[in-house]
Design a protein around this ligand. Structure first.
Ligand SMILES: Nc1ncnc2c1ncn2[C@@H]1O[C@H](COP(=O)(O)OP(=O)(O)O)[C@@H](O)[C@H]1O
Ligand SMILES: [Mg+2]
Length: 425
């Protein structure tokens, strides 16, 4: 059988670029069992995938060994390519050879038993068997469907999984692209900037896309984990509700979180906790207020919420040290857990992320600045994160913060010095 490159050129009438040549060769290289092709939009992933399917099918006529090829694709492009090249160009050929049986929209079948079929990415892929699996625009295919598709492999040669995609959505595909060898994958990646047929559209895209979007969609570069939004926007939008920030349940407990600042603001957030549900019922920020004045204001607000009542908790950043004890001066009998953020910040944020993902926290739309900061929060951020930190403190649940300490003590919570070494201050 002719090589894949001349096959591509003969069937499509296009001249393959050197990048397409390397992709085509990888697509039909049976030694590459698990392969990811991460390329920008318009690179010709879908086209090359369709051609590789056809190539395998025609090769089976020669070898006499039938093959089953499943292509999972949510896009019409693949149907169209297969349709164009099968019906318009190959059909006559195959009929003349007496090999052609039928061409359903979903793919085609040869008389020798070879099948190339296209399945939309739904749970139904599970009921199929295939010797080779192509997943087109894999970033759009939910992980459970990728899993059930891979379970369809018969184990017969060539026993391959090939994913093709732009890395435009976080998920298993981007995990594999970040660490291909951990997942036992080979990775081949190209920017669409190398495609001469895309010059005009890319010039246009440069003007309309954001830098980040261009990097992902055209250059096929995935963002570093630290560049990603820490709290996924779709989940934040589920937590933000047009409700008043009032307490809902009489049996609930209240938890306050204070992040100190001067040029950056001091922020107080109070959440209402009821079972696994939480709701932000107070959130405010102050700038350029000396602690002497600020502490009076904060004590007043905490008193309004009867935060001293049993079950309620106040957590504050333990730095700066000079701020410690001030609120307690204006609110007798109040206990504050001073938390060492250097140790606890990561777990606090991780907990908040889980709550947001589970939509178990309600944020009234009124707190627009908090919502904005959640949307733009990135891990390892050190500025412009005060509103988020205060919310994370308020909703932080740690075994170190369970019950009210004995009267007259302020607890210093520090994970480097576990429970028994908590200092009395
Ligand atoms: N070598 C080539 N020369 C010119 N045009 C090409 C060449 N290869 C692909 N194309 C064009 O680029 C398009 C690629 O589209 P598609 O396969 O849908 O891209 P992707 O799936 O990567 O987004 C093809 O339809 C074809 O018109
Ligand atoms: Mg495509």
């Amino acid at each position: 059988m002719e090589n894949i490159v001349s096959y591509f050129e003969r069937v499509t009438g296009l001249k393959a670029t050197k990048e397409q040549i390397s992709v085509l060769e990888a697509l039909v290289d049976d030694k590459l069992k698990n392969l990811v092709l991460c390329c920008g939009r318009g690179f010709s992933k879908s086209l090359l995938c369709a051609i590789a399917g056809l190539y395998y099918a025609e090769k089976s006529i020669e070898t006499g060994i039938p093959i089953k090829i499943m292509i999972v694709s949510g896009q019409d492009a693949l149907y169209q390519y297969i349709d164009t090249y099968i019906t318009e160009k190959l059909k006559e050929n195959l009929i003349q050879k007496g090999m052609y049986q039928n061409i359903p929209v979903e793919g085609f079948r040869l008389k020798n038993g070879t099948q190339v079929f296209i399945k939309p990415p739904t749970g139904k892929v599970r009921s199929n068997r295939a010797d080779i699996l192509f997943l087109d625009e894999a970033a759009d295919i939910p992980q459970e469907i990728i899993n059930s598709a891979s379970m369809c492999l018969t184990g017969n040669s060539p026993n391959r999984i090939i994913m093709l995609s732009t890395p435009h959505r976080e998920g298993i595909l981007t995990d594999i692209i970040r660490e291909p060898h951990k997942y036992n994958y080979e990775l081949l990646s190209y920017s669409s900037e190398v495609c001469p047929w895309l010059i005009e559209s890319i010039t246009r895209a440069k003007k309309t896309m954001s830098k980040q979007q261009f990097k992902i969609e055209i250059m096929a570069k995935i963002p570093e984990l630290s560049e990603l939004n820490y709290f996924p926007r779709t989940h934040i939008s589920k937590c933000v509700q047009p409700v008043e920030p009032c307490r809902v349940y009489p049996e609930s407990t209240l938890e306050a979180g204070i992040d100190w600042g001067y040029n950056e603001p001091t922020v107080l957030t109070i959440t209402e906790k009821s079972g696994i549900k939480r709701k932000v019922i107070y959130h405010n920020a102050w700038r350029h207020q000396p602690i002497e004045i600020l502490s009076v204001e904060l004590a007043k607000i905490l008193k309004q919420y009867n935060i001293k009542d049993s079950g309620n908790v106040v957590k504050a950043d333990m730095l700066p040290k000079e701020y410690k004890g001030w609120i307690e001066k204006h609110y007798e009998g109040l206990y504050i857990y001073y938390i060492n953020l250097a140790d606890h910040k990561q777990s606090m944020l991780e907990q908040l992320r889980i709550k947001i993902r589970q939509h178990s926290i309600t944020i009234p739309t009124k707190y627009i600045n908090l919502v904005k900061q959640l949307n733009s929060y990135r891990s390892e951020m050190t500025r412009g994160d005060d509103l988020v930190i205060s919310l994370a403190l308020s909703s932080y649940e740690s075994p170190l913060i369970t019950k009210q300490p004995t009267a007259g003590r302020v607890i210093i919570c520090n994970s480097n010095s576990p429970l028994k070494s908590w200092k009395n201050w």
